[in-house]
Ligand binder design. Sequence first.
Ligand code: GLY
Length: 339
Amino acid sequence: MKRRTFIQNASLSGLGVVAGTTVLACNNTSSTSEANSKENPVDTMKNTEKPTPIAICTWGFTKANEAAGIALKNGDPALDAAIKGVSVEEENLKNTTVGKGGAPDREGNVTLDACVMDPSGDCGAVLCVAHITNVAALARKVMEETPHVILAGEGAEEFALANGFEKENLLTEASKEAWQEWLKTSEYKPLINIENHDTIGMLTMDGNGDIAGACTTSGLSYKMKGRVGDSPIIGSGLFLDNEIGGAVATGMGEEVLKTVGSFLIVELMRNGMSPQEACEEAVHRIVKKNDRYKDFQVAYIAMNKAGETGAYCIHEGFTMMRYQDGKNENVAVDFYKKS
Ligand code: GLY
């Protein structure tokens, strides 16, 4: 694949999909010079001005993204800001797909998955954790306080309690009622996630230009006991390389896992694709396999070292939040399946 500069996707610009709202030298080159150039925007930016801090996250999680953006503006390092941001949704009882209040598994147990990654490339994850709300912060503890990357289930919970996390009942009355309603048919059909805000994945770039990320979810509603999706799996739900950029995923975790989606996007950016192009290619890798994509949603968001962002998904309805310079925008995202 040719290395080249960022090529603004004209078909998406009307939607405001290719963010690039920061005025960067590398965004202003003409398409002719772009086509002839061998420069990658990431390389171009290495020794030039850093973008002002940026936070992006999956779906319309306005408050979470704003919390991260304000933290960055106040000088927080990238990972602190990402964890502050996603914790807003982990603590939001009305959010039935993340944290406390998340939908339970078939047996009525709410179990949470999360991972974090810092600019050094260090990472931590927790899988299938009951009774702990702030699992992204817990994943960070695993990263910082243990020689491991992943703790799962009871071990993760014991580690959490030993490290000052509070034991909580994550099943709210509302989620319990919805689950009891579901039990009447017990129809296990994965949702397309048009209205269902599955997973908050967030990427942050701080004032030093360092990138971090966090991804946290209660997973598929009424999942099989023990089921874990993409969100806590480094490379699938989240991946970043501080020299290149990062990506996070939301939607049908099984499909993201099978294509190692976030790692793929970072590697495509390393080889010269813009964040937008890389997200589109990662979605294409899924949809070209067979027709099953018609029944599920997958969406990616990505940011490169130059502060350029992109997003793409299978079905209409997914949006991305983007905070920069005090502006927190809900950005429309283009999608694969047009009919
Ligand atoms: N993307 C969240 C999950 O599949 O669990």
